[in-house]
Design a binder for this molecule. Structure first.
Ligand SMILES: Nc1nc(=O)c2c([nH]1)NC[C@@H]1CN(c3ccc(C(=O)N[C@@H](CCC(=O)O)C(=O)O)cc3)CN21
Ligand SMILES: O=c1ccn([C@H]2C[C@H](O)[C@@H](COP(=O)(O)O)O2)c(=O)[nH]1
Length: 301
């Protein structure tokens, strides 16, 4: 995972100070590409612990076309909580009562999450993130893009049109409300020598917090789609637009850069597990993941 650490070094060396929507401030570069050969192991960061359970559940949530927070929080995934919560505060005139990141805000978010889990009506009303990834992958104005691309990968592997896009301009305002306009915007598959590769265009990349998840998510997607189509795994090519380090992550970045990358883990999928649309969390295992300790950092909302 030196590739990832090189990206951090590049932003520190060549990036520009830039303001951003969240008011946090970033150091940023525009345009960067990384390549991970999935034959060499599963590209999960070893220089800090990444929450594997969140990677798997979030991807299954996308693949099943779900857009409600409930499945995630019930599965112990916390990474999407802030956005629907902030939307809920706004809609109920509570933004000022609970200033972002204050202890009261954190406590209120905890009870918000409890209600999402326990109260059907509340979850239906406030848990939905809008027409985010799951919606666009499975039902982009009526088109099931993921099923379509799997079909074309099986039947017409040489095609140069194996594309799934989450960027639905008509839906962007709706996504901007409770969720976010998609950061992983478009991906393309490619088949050569019986191996499946994938390139992702990510328009905006929080390099310390988001990118380790994004790499693992897409590596896992390649494994699941390759298995579905009977191919081996090739490369994951990760292309970034605005690649940034938030100004309040700099100490964490230095800590991470001081660590030596270790051996990559391996992915194991239960041989008789169902296909991509029915597969469960228990069927997907990361073997020999032995990372250095996690490094906490605040997420910019
Ligand atoms: N500013 C920002 N960065 C992101 O990476 C991001 C967003 N916003 N908004 C939408 C999603 C949510 N994602 C997130 C959100 C939080 C974490 C995070 O806090 N990760 C911690 C704790 C993970 C846990 O154990 O729950 C980490 O150490 O990785 C990571 C990705 C990725 N996306
Ligand atoms: O999968 C994801 C989702 C989000 N991010 C980061 C990138 C930015 O820091 C924020 C989104 O803010 P915008 O103002 O909409 O660009 O979230 C990520 O890295 N990966």
């Amino acid at each position: 995972m030196k590739t990832y650490l090189d990206l951090m070094r590049h932003i520190l060396a060549d990036g520009t100070e830039k303001g951003d929507r969240t008011g946090t401030g970033t150091r940023s570069v525009f345009g960067y590409q990384m390549r991970y050969d999935l034959q060499k192991g599963f590209p999960m960061l070893t220089t800090k612990r990444v929450h594997w359970k969140s990677v798997v559940h979030e991807l299954l949530w996308f693949v099943r076309g779900d857009t409600n927070l409930r499945y995630l929080v019930k599965s112990g995934v916390r990474i999407w909580n802030e956005w629907p919560f902030q939307y809920y505060l706004g809609k109920n005139g509570l933004t000022e009562k609970f200033p972002k990141y204050s202890p009261e805000w954190k406590a209120e978010m905890k009870s918000f999450v409890e209600r999402i889990i326990n109260d059907d009506e509340f979850a239906g009303k406030w848990g939905d993130l809008g027409p985010v990834y799951g919606k666009q992958w499975r039902n982009f104005n009526g088109v099931d893009q993921l099923a379509g691309v799997i079909d074309s990968l099986k039947n017409n592997p040489d095609s140069r049109r194996h594309i799934v896009t989450a960027w639905n301009p008509e839906d962007i305002p709706e996504m901007a409300k409770a969720g976010l306009p998609p950061c992983h915007t478009l991906f393309q598959f490619y088949v050569a020598d019986g191996k499946l590769s994938c390139q992702l265009y990510q328009r905006s990349a929080d390099v310390f917090l988001g990118v380790p998840f994004n790499i693992a998510t897409y590596a896992l997607l390649v494994h699941l789609v390759a298995r579905e189509c009977g191919y081996g795994v090739g490369d994951f090519v990760h292309t970034l637009g605005d690649a940034h380090l938030y100004s309040n992550h700099m100490n964490q970045v230095q800590e991470q850069l001081s660590r030596q990358p270790g051996k990559l883990p391996k992915l194991e999928i239960t041989p008789d597990a169902p296909g991509i649309f029915e597969i469960g969390y228990e069927d997907i295992t990361l073997l020999d993941y032995d990372p250095m300790p996690s490094i906490k950092a605040p997420v910019a909302v």
